[in-house]
Design a protein around this ligand. Sequence first.
Ligand SMILES: Cc1cc2nc3c(=O)[nH]c(=O)nc-3n(C[C@H](O)[C@H](O)[C@H](O)COP(=O)(O)OP(=O)(O)OC[C@H]3O[C@@H](n4cnc5c(N)ncnc54)[C@H](O)[C@@H]3O)c2cc1C
Length: 388
Amino acid sequence: MNVFNRLDAALAFAPEEAALLESVSKLARERIAPKAADLDRTGGFPHQNVSEINALGLNAMFIPEAYGGAQMSYAVYLECVRALSKACASTGIVWATNFHAIKPLIDFGTEEQKKRLLPVMAEGGLASLTITEPAAGSDATGMKTEFRPDGDSILVNGGKTFITNGAHADLYMLFGKWSEIADSKGAISVLVLEKGTPGLAVVREEDKMGLRASSTATLAFDNCRVPRANLLGKPGDGLKILLASLNKSRPSVAAHALGIARAAFEDSIAYINERKQSGRKIVEFQGIQFMLADMATDLAMCEAWLAHVARMVDGGATDFGVEASMLKMRASDLAMRIATDAVQLHGGYGYCKDYRVERLMRDAKITQIWEGTNQIHRQLIGRSFIRK
Ligand SMILES: Cc1cc2nc3c(=O)[nH]c(=O)nc-3n(C[C@H](O)[C@H](O)[C@H](O)COP(=O)(O)OP(=O)(O)OC[C@H]3O[C@@H](n4cnc5c(N)ncnc54)[C@H](O)[C@@H]3O)c2cc1C
């Protein structure tokens, strides 16, 4: 048993959670991983993987029983993200985005909204967290999408870009600005836009460096009429809801990054224990061992921090934004470094598509950019130490 087996074994899950994790690992290993290279090549959406994930009822794990779910701990959710992302980072983020998008409804929705909308997700729906606009990325408060009240409806006009699951979602957790509130940040509001709403259009899907099988869409809203009953909280509650939601999705994107990192690390170990040069296995060279020591140690520390943040959330903590930022920043920087080192350890073969590390390096890059770029996270972490 090596250090990573012991780290995995130290994660304590309830028996039903452990059983589900076993099923997810098997699905990831036997069904999802073998299709990942082909999905990367074609860029096709992983519909079959989504069906197989839904056959296990995985969305239900983050939806309370009262609304058709079978809620489990945040720790087990993060482990599922890690396992799926290790097998196929595109599929991992397609599924994790359901959680990111629907968590605000679970935490801030009314009883009526939850009864009406959550079963869509419990039954295997797809969702999008819909924030970014062409001119409002790192500073999301610069968004321009307008919510104009009109009797029992809200008219939505504007557009969003880079929306994961955007071309396939059943529900869009959509952020925009309330037309009747003058204050720019105070106007941010959030509503659920349902698939098929007239005026909603998918304008384009990005042709990306990595995560090529995930959909990243530009959306347009042309007088979309949304029932007022789909507004979360009150007009102007959006920024509060956005910040609370990001705290829960950042550990999840860290778990995604750590899935990629673990895959790159394991592939490297397997390769350098086989490949020989100068009559010795690559792993026997001291220069390589120094690289491995750094990769393994940083990976172990980061995985342990993921488990720490999961315990905080499951323990009911609400003030964990800095911990979540540290985790997102370090996990994503590490995924990029380990994936790059993995290519290096494979030599010229690592640069070619026959080996998975080539894809992992491309998949890893986005983890440093989304859910707050790592520059933004460094700012958030540093700023938290300013004495008031
Ligand atoms: C594949 C993919 C999937 C995505 N999925 C979603 C999604 O599902 N939903 C969604 O809403 N968005 C999504 N995004 C958008 C993503 O969150 C943004 O791309 C990200 O927030 C950065 O915004 P930007 O691209 O406009 O870059 P910019 O904000 O223009 O940043 C450009 C550069 O400037 C730096 N910078 C900006 N401001 C500062 C600052 N104050 N201090 C220091 N440096 C700064 C950034 O770190 C970056 O290096 C996705 C993007 C991609 C590429």
